[in-house]
Ligand binder design. Structure first.
Ligand SMILES: [Zn+2]
Ligand SMILES: [Zn+2]
Length: 427
């Protein structure tokens, strides 16, 4: 008999357990005939034989033990056991019992080995089951986690949708409010379209010393030369530089004054000598107006111009109740820009008054008229700290140029009567 032919063990885990739990039989009841017990014994034997042939060693073992126990231990106590009539039957059964007993030890050995394997297999199966259950548990946890994540995600999406809906509703309500109140809302970013630029009056040709008719008569047609349209240097304007413009008070200036100034400068301009003047004016309702250009005593060169006898300027301003609002000078041969020397000159003006402007008139250049100021920051501080003299570069600071065109100056022509006072011949 080999283990290959037997069925898997399924009743017990050991032969001892099999015997104790399943093989015991009760004592015989003497009221039953011996024949009944012999029949029972034979049934036990046949079952043992049948199960053995089917490979079910456990049941075969159980019935074998019961058979032998009944036949060899219990039946001898029956009153009819010794009757001759029963001897043949008893002997036949005893021979079968002997055959079984002769094989029982080998069956027990097979069962022992089988139970060892079974226990190991059960332990292996238990371990496999434990691993399987662990996997299932993890999968279930993962599924649960995913479900919770999905639930949270959907809740978050729902929450965002609600916020979006609220926002859209709010925007819609605001838009409706604005629509209702549109007549009363001033858009701070609104910029009126620029006035159509009119041709500016031609400055007197440098070669001519005569005063052209245009400048001599009060009937000069009104012209407008918006400063912003006159000089546009690449990158000279920047958001950073123009941040303070909104805080700057407006300066009104009439272009006709500069025509008069140029007329009075012609003698210098024709000799390629710079001319300078002091822009003076008034403050009313938070708006400056340049009313007077004072041409002081001065020493000019082709690229510099220095005032002398400056007390005369101050005396005139005191007498006429004028503020200093900036300065103007010519560039007879150069382009329209602020040189390093000009920047240092203007620094003192802008330090005095943040709205102070530097007007440059460059008759031979195009553009020929510019209104500038130092950026603040960084231009004003940069020039204040610069101790260099004469002409030297002032590169942009962190990409911001040190000076820029002005946005706070309104240039008109013929709107008000400004005047040019020439102190150069004052004694
Ligand atoms: Zn200059
Ligand atoms: Zn400098």
């Amino acid at each position: 008999m080999t283990l290959v032919n037997i069925k898997p063990l399924y009743i017990s885990s050991s032969v001892q357990e099999l015997v104790e739990k399943h093989c015991s039989i009760g004592d015989i009841d003497k009221h039953y005939s011996l024949f009944n017990y012999l029949s029972t014994s034979n049934n036990l034997y046949k079952q043992a034989a049948q199960y053995k042939s089917e490979g079910d060693l456990e049941k075969s073992y159980i019935y074998s033990i019961r058979f032998c126990s009944l036949l060899l231990e219990k039946l001898p106590k029956h009153p009819e056991y010794t009757k001759d009539v029963n001897k043949k039957s008893i002997n036949d059964l005893k021979s079968k019992a002997n055959q079984i007993l002769s094989e029982l030890e080998s069956v027990k050995s097979v069962l022992d080995k089988g139970y060892i394997l079974k226990v190991k297999e059960e332990e292996r199966q238990k371990e496999l089951e434990r691993i399987k259950q662990e996997k299932i548990r993890k999968i279930e946890e993962e599924n649960k986690r995913k479900l919770e994540e999905e639930k949270k995600r959907k809740e978050e999406e729902q929450r965002l949708r609600e916020i979006e809906d609220e926002l859209n509703q709010s925007i819609k309500i605001d838009a409706e409010k604005k629509k209702k109140n549109k007549d009363f809302i001033i858009d701070p970013s609104f910029v009126p379209p620029p006035e159509k630029e009119k041709p500016q009056p031609k400055l007197p040709p440098i070669s001519l010393v005569e005063i052209p008719q245009d400048f001599a008569t009060p009937a000069t047609p009104a012209t407008s030369t918006p400063a912003n349209n006159i000089v546009k240097k690449p990158n000279i304007d920047s958001d950073e530089a123009s941040k303070k413009y909104s805080k700057l008070r407006t300066i009104n200036v009439d272009f006709k004054m500069f025509e008069d100034f140029m007329r009075l400068s012609e003698n210098n301009t024709s000799r390629k000598i710079e001319t300078c003047g002091i822009l003076s004016g008034t403050l009313s309702n938070d708006v400056f107006t340049i009313t007077t250009i004072i041409i002081p005593k001065q020493e000019g060169t082709t690229d510099t111009c220095n005032t002398i006898e400056e007390h005369e300027i101050f005396e005139y301003q005191l007498e006429h109740d004028l503020l200093t609002l900036g300065w103007v000078h010519t560039h007879p041969t150069q382009e329209c820009f602020l040189s390093a020397v000009d920047l240092h000159t203007h620094c003192s003006y802008q330090y005095l008054l943040q709205e102070a402007i530097a007007v440059v008139i460059a008759p031979r250049s195009n553009p020929n008229f510019g209104i500038f100021r130092l950026t603040d920051p960084p231009g004003l501080e940069t020039i204040q700290k610069c101790k260099l003299k004469s002409f030297h570069p002032h590169p942009p600071v962190n990409g911001v140029p040190v000076y820029t065109s002005c946005n706070h100056v309104k240039v008109s022509s013929g709107k008000f009567n400004g005047k040019v006072i020439d102190l150069r011949n004052k004694k």
